[in-house]
Design a protein around this ligand. Sequence first.
Ligand code: ZN
Length: 304
Amino acid sequence: MPEVSVKPLGHDLYQIDAFMHDEAERLACYLFDTPNRVLIECGPSRTIDHLYDALAHLGIDDLAVMAVTHIHLDHAGGAGHLAQRFPSAAIGVHSAGARHLAAPERLWASATRIYTEEGMQELWGPMEPIAEDRLLVVEEGDAIPLGGGRSLEVMYTPGHAKHHIVFWEDATGACFVGDSVGLAFPHGHMVQPITPPPDLDPPLVVDQLRRIAARQPAFLGFAHFGADPLAQEALDQAETRLWDWVRWVEQAGTEADLAQAMRHWVLEGYRREGFPAEVIDQYDRNTFWPMQVTGIQRWLDQRG
Ligand SMILES: [Zn+2]
């Protein structure tokens, strides 16, 4: 019996636990079961069968579009796999990321520098190229039709990555934010920045947080780890914490073991803020600290 966790969010929208890394809550995908069925995110290929199980459980055997917020492997690694499985689905992606889905070799090589070859197979699994005529290349202001007069509006939101977009939907008042805001466990109500190299640009991240806040979303659809109705609070927290992290790395300088030092500093801060030990542990297990440090250092170096 496959493990399936699907949560109806109203207006034909479903949150699907993709059981990334074979664990609950690591990645949320969102399905609009509307006349034009649209899925947001698919996760990596290695664990994509969990997503297929959930779609089968919902009786879904075709998709009009599967759109990714950005091409990082935890969101889009399985896109080529899904394109083969659902031959009529278009794969939605921002223009800055499209060529990496058509020819994933460079993306694969750069991710291997962070995760190592062994880690790539264990965490993500292979990336299949997607034929260019299957790609739905989108830009700021584009609309992906859901049918029934509804659509997903594309907002271009660089900052976390140059190829990042978020999706806005009127009927639900939802904003599907990918990694642009950070990650937030449903149990914690704590937003933690995600600061990977090479594109991280904190002022640009903050611009996007404010653009999203100005629309007063009813909830934020976090990719990691689900819908959060405390949208404004989450956006404020994301901005504050991001600058705290940048200032800390700036002051810590070039210490050898900065990843561990940062980890201790961040977790100690969570303890002082009163978060329960099990919540703190969950954030810790889901954070790749060297990546967080490197992304901020790279931005500081380039800023000079
Ligand atoms: Zn990302």
